[in-house]
Design a protein around this ligand. Structure first.
Ligand SMILES: [Zn+2]
Length: 380
């Protein structure tokens, strides 16, 4: 099905979500391995011996964790690369569709479609060669995504050692059973998942493996959708785009809403030709796409998109009604976070009672999420 420029970005974000889900599953599997080792011999009354035995098993745990990460690596590399390449192709398709949809005149529409389709096919051949354009972007995404693997293995080690130390320390004080102490330590030290990953753009914030991968993939796929789109427009000789308008907007993007941007050149008034009539028209250009991007437009999680601007033909950008409101989207993220949090709880549960408690919470949040996505028609 043909796709619009905004739709291409959304398709990319959905792909990013799928790659992140692989990491969330692997994270849960790693936490399960930690809990399985911590849970051994908990109720045997051999005091300090328990901690010594557990620490002697660090190497085995490491091997189990490595097996999980290797399995993840083989699928995640392919998935991350495919996500970027597919989204870039969606962006190219969107270039054709987004321009053609604006034209009422049948003759011009046909001519435009042919030119754009040729540009799209040319770009598809050229863009996938190694070391340039989308291939470069895909390689970067793969390298960011797989960069968490070593850190995850180190973190598994750290979490395990800390849980054992904390459990042993608590028992010496003697108020609670070793099992209770172990569960408490596991819950506390894994509440945020396998964490410690930072993004060079914002080093003060740390992520867990799944959220880091989701952030990296969202950025890469959104970029691929826009770059695929723009490369096709450029090849088709279309040098202007307009910025979509949203029912709600972030402060950083407000100044660009509905404005016309150029792929190259400078801001100001230009004389351009109406492609339908050949008549010269004035166009007010607010800046280049590169300038707008540097100033924040199309930042991570930006809802804006670009579309071809055909002088004298394109109408002012309509307000794109997104299917969901900002509040709905926030609520969706919150519920997803809660589900992941309780999946981690279930992964480190040392007994059926703790597992059932987490499972009940997961089911409850999933029910709420289902109701919300149905009512608000959010992407799932
Ligand atoms: Zn924005």
């Amino acid at each position: 099905m043909a796709i619009t420029p905004a739709g291409a970005i959304e398709a990319g974000l959905e792909q990013a979500r799928l790659v992140a889900a692989m990491y969330a599953d692997a994270e849960a599997a790693l936490l399960e391995r930690i809990a399985a080792r911590v849970g051994k011999d908990l109720d045997n009354d051999d005091g300090n011996d328990w901690a010594a035995k557990r620490l002697a098993e660090v190497t085995q745990l490491r091997k189990e964790a490595e097996a999980i990460v290797r399995r993840l690596e083989s699928v995640a590399k392919k998935a991350a690369q495919a996500a970027v390449l597919d989204t870039w192709a969606e962006g190219m398709d969107a270039a054709v569709r987004g321009a053609v949809l604006q034209v009422a005149d049948a003759k011009l529409r046909k001519r435009l479609e042919r030119v754009l389709q040729d540009a799209r096919n040319l770009g598809a051949k050229r863009g996938i060669s190694a070391g340039q354009g989308v291939a470069e972007l895909a390689a970067q995404a793969v390298s960011l995504v797989t960069s968490v693997h070593e850190g995850a293995l180190r973190a598994v080690d750290d979490i395990y050692r800390n849980v054992v130390a904390e459990t042993a320390g608590r028992v010496l004080v003697g108020a609670e059973t070793r099992r209770e102490a172990a569960q408490r330590a596991l819950d506390r030290l894994t509440a945020q998942g396998i964490t410690g990953f930072t993004d060079s753009a914002n080093p003060s914030r740390t992520w867990n493996m799944a959220s880091y991968v989701e952030m990296a993939m969202r950025t890469a796929t959104a970029r691929a959708a826009v770059d695929g789109h723009l490369s096709t427009l450029r090849d088709a000789g279309i040098g202007l785009v307009s910025v979509s308008r949203l029912p709600y907007t972030c402060d950083r993007c407000a100044r660009w809403e509905g404005e016309v941007l150029a792929l190259s050149g400078s801001a100001g008034t230009r004389v351009e030709e109406n492609p339908a009539t050949g008549v010269q028209v004035f166009v007010q250009v607010a800046g280049t796409v590169a300038e707008a991007r540097l100033a924040g437009l199309l930042h991570p999680n930006c809802g804006h998109s670009l579309n071809a601007y055909l002088p004298g033909v394109s109408r002012p950008a309509p307000v794109v009604r997104s299917k969901a409101t900002y509040e709905d989207a926030q609520r969706q993220r919150y519920l997803e976070r809660k589900i992941r949090e309780n999946k981690r709880r279930a992964a480190v549960a040392l007994d059926d009672e703790a597992r059932a408690k987490a499972a009940a919470k997961i089911a409850n949040y999933q029910r709420q999420l289902k109701g919300l996505t149905k009512a608000a028609r959010l992407p799932r």
